[in-house]
Design a protein around this ligand. Sequence first.
Ligand SMILES: CC(C)(COP(=O)(O)OP(=O)(O)OC[C@H]1O[C@@H](n2cnc3c(N)ncnc32)[C@H](O)[C@@H]1OP(=O)(O)O)[C@@H](O)C(=O)NCCC(=O)NCCS
Length: 346
Amino acid sequence: MDVEILPVELSSSATTRLYAEVIADVTAADNPGVPPTTEPMVQARLRVPTPGHITELYIAVDSQGQAVGRAELAVAEGSAHRNAAIKLQISPEHRRRGHGTTLYSMLRTRAKVLGCETLTARTSWELPDLPAFDGGAGPAFAKAAGLEVANLPEVMRRLSLPLRNNGLTLGRIAASLRQAAHGYEITEWRETTPTAYAQGVAWLESRLAHDAPTGTLPTDESSFDTGWLLESEACLAARGQLSFQAGAIQRSSGQLVAHTKITADPSQPAHAWQQITIVDPDHRGHRLGFLVKAANIRAIQGALPSVIAIDTFNAAANDHMIKINDLLGMAPLHGFQHWYQRLTTE
Ligand SMILES: CC(C)(COP(=O)(O)OP(=O)(O)OC[C@H]1O[C@@H](n2cnc3c(N)ncnc32)[C@H](O)[C@@H]1OP(=O)(O)O)[C@@H](O)C(=O)NCCC(=O)NCCS
């Protein structure tokens, strides 16, 4: 059956609704327990585009007007080699009819038109003790579409709140503070990074590209400055997202040497996302990663008691971060894998 591919636009509430419905269908089937992106979140992304990115959202509709799938492409404009990060989902009841192939071919054409050299995607992936609920559809489709596996398995972990062992965790924090981090203090802030720390946060974010495992994914030397930080924080705030941030400050220099961030959306009151956590390489080994994360979790728990789950993604090879997450009580929920395709060699 033929499908029509429509751009998702703020002016057409039918397209934003259908887009969110496909995400909800696919998430319930393939990643049970994960809260799907809501329609208000889709609308906010369209109303306030990600700075420095080209983002295109599409919906595929059959002849009865039923949504069968959705597609997304995001391109960072300033990068040395352009990459199109794609998302492609077909509702479970419409699979194996060629719709995935149709949408993928459209995305690849758009990526080439936008001058992209590579395309990257993510699928479910079976890992020890973590079954893949998509029945292997994602990896089978990716291989059939000619993508290469990036050997970058990733695990989504969840921290359930309120913390079961709150007393113990707080005890650990206090002990670590005394023993390992006496030259540092932990500070917390919300949506906007104080000017004194802005350069430090931008520098730490730039470091992440060097430090986080990337498998065989094509990578870029990204660097972020305070202008970028200001713009991206303003973007999140304009979308109505709530941010909780914490940092470690070296007492002797006043320098920010660790940073972590959690975001939450009011349309998902029970859920939040643990975003970046990074410690300056010169200041590792002082338990600062654990300390900033724990302080931030306590902050969101106090401010948003409706949040009962904080989810995060870690590369399976990121031993240091996983150790911290284990210590905080995060439990593995779903496995994922990354894929890429070079568009220039075709
Ligand atoms: C992966 C996904 C997009 C496929 O959508 P689809 O419409 O079923 O895909 P198609 O019908 O175009 O399948 C194309 C080919 O992929 C392979 N394939 C797709 N699903 C498969 C499955 N469950 N088992 C084995 N092979 C599969 C087959 O080779 C198929 O060709 P065939 O049907 O002629 O044998 C869909 O299952 C989905 O939304 N999964 C969750 C999100 C995801 O993983 N997206 C992929 C990002 S790259």
